[in-house]
Ligand binder design. Structure first.
Ligand code: FEO
Length: 397
């Protein structure tokens, strides 16, 4: 099903109602996703982005109902990742000479994935493409937001910014507009998307948004490549991105742990009790890394001023769920956050030392050397955990 967004601009994407994992298995999509593609029918016919490869045939079939494919004058590839370029091989087999506009890096990405020498036209920030009826497409490179080839395209007169991944979220809803969907779900998916995908590039987000705002172009609609189309006060998501890009944190500490026989869990709870005593207003979020969704945990880390990480010692190291989340934390390159570690042990007790090494590798500032409890913590050990928590709580006021 396609629909009109404004004047001669149509959504021609795919709603993927069933998707539960994205980027292989790295990103949980509890509310599925959409692959937004747009068709502009001015004097020139323009297609902006396509969809993920498994939907190629469905996409091309739907598109052919909307427009004679041979009438497409230009294809804009804002981003070469497979979820947006995946239908190009199917489409280009039918219209092989149609020019594809993308960045120089975009050519590299598209050739790297599809090994085709399509009719590429490279563009850079400020380049324009006249599409008739007084309307022009203006290209803005969005390098590393979130791939080297990423680009946004702005349509004059209709004032639509086709932002691709930026400002998107993995959230499918039949209504498709930001003012019509569940606001709590929408914003939860937005912050999860930012935390899990854009955190490493926050410095660039801030710089690029300033650059776009300095152009002083009116933006009536932000048409992203995933999730809703921002038509009601679209600037609100830009403002959120500015806020999130500045080493964002709330008054929150997240305690991430895994446990074998509940000893490390009891430590987590005792430490939290201590933190609460000296810091009555801070939000404390306890999450078992083996039981909770990793991307949701990372979203909580994003919101936190500090994290506590706990694991019992197993073999000479830490539990695998903790190793996994620590690897994900390292990859996101969080800045300006504090941390400490804890864990039970029986004899050698390497886990706390190992967690500290991982925290330092992830550039977290260690608040102390951590705390260990031998075997199952008794009342005395738990009292030490409470004292340990009190110290951390007071350090985070
Ligand atoms: Fe939605 Fe970077 O692809």
């Amino acid at each position: 099903m396609t629909f009109q967004i404004k004047n001669n601009v149509y959504w021609v994407g795919i709603k993927d109602w069933e998707l539960q994992k994205f980027h292989g298995n790295e990103y949980s999509t509890d509310h599925s996703t959409t692959y937004n593609s747009y068709l502009i029918k001015e004097e020139k016919i323009v297609l902006i982005d396509t969809v993920w490869m498994p939907f190629s045939k469905e996409f091309v079939k739907n598109l052919a109902k909307e427009i004679d494919l041979n009438k497409i004058d230009y294809i804009i590839a804002n981003h070469g990742e497979i979820d947006h370029s995946g239908a190009l091989p199917e489409l280009m087999a039918l219209i092989p000479d149609t020019p594809i506009y993308c960045t120089k890096n975009g050519v590299d990405v598209l050739k790297g994935h599809y090994h085709k020498d399509w009719n590429f036209h490279t563009v850079k920030t400020g380049d324009t493409l006249d599409i008739g009826n007084g309307k022009v497409l203006v290209f803005v490179e969005m390098r590393m937001l979130h791939w080297p080839d990423s680009m946004a395209t702005y349509l004059t007169q209709d004032n639509i910014l086709f932002s691709n991944d930026a400002f998107g979220q993995h959230y499918v809803n039949d209504l498709m507009y930001n003012d019509l969907v569940d606001q709590d779900l929408l914003w939860q998916e937005c912050i999860k998307y930012y935390a899990n995908i854009l955190t490493p590039f926050s410095a660039l987000v801030d710089k690029k948004i300033k650059e776009v705002l300095e152009l002083k172009i009116p933006i009536d609609i932000i048409a992203t490549s995933h999730g809703v189309i921002w038509r009601d006060n679209p600037i609100q998501i830009i403002q959120k991105y500015i806020e999130w890009s500045k080493d964002y944190q709330e008054n929150q500490i997240t305690v991430i742990y895994d446990t074998m026989w509940n000893g490390t869990r009891r430590m987590a709870e005792a430490i939290s009790e201590g933190m609460r005593k000296t810091n009555p207003t801070i939000k404390i979020q306890l999450l078992n890394a083996a039981k909770f969704d990793k991307n949701d945990i990372l979203t909580e880390v994003f919101k936190s001023k500090a994290i506590l990480v706990g694991s019992p010692t197993i073999g000479r190291g830490i539990l695998s769920s903790m190793a996994e989340i620590m690897e994900m934390i390292k990859g996101l390159g969080f800045k300006n956050k504090k941390a400490a570690s804890f864990g039970c042990y029986g004899w050698s007790g390497e886990s706390v030392k190992e967690l500290n090494i991982l925290l330092e590798k992830s550039k977290f500032e260690l608040l102390n050397d951590g705390i260990r409890a031998k075997w199952n913590p008794d009342d005395e050990s738990l009292e030490k955990c409470i004292e340990f928590g009190k110290g951390i709580g007071s350090q985070l006021i």
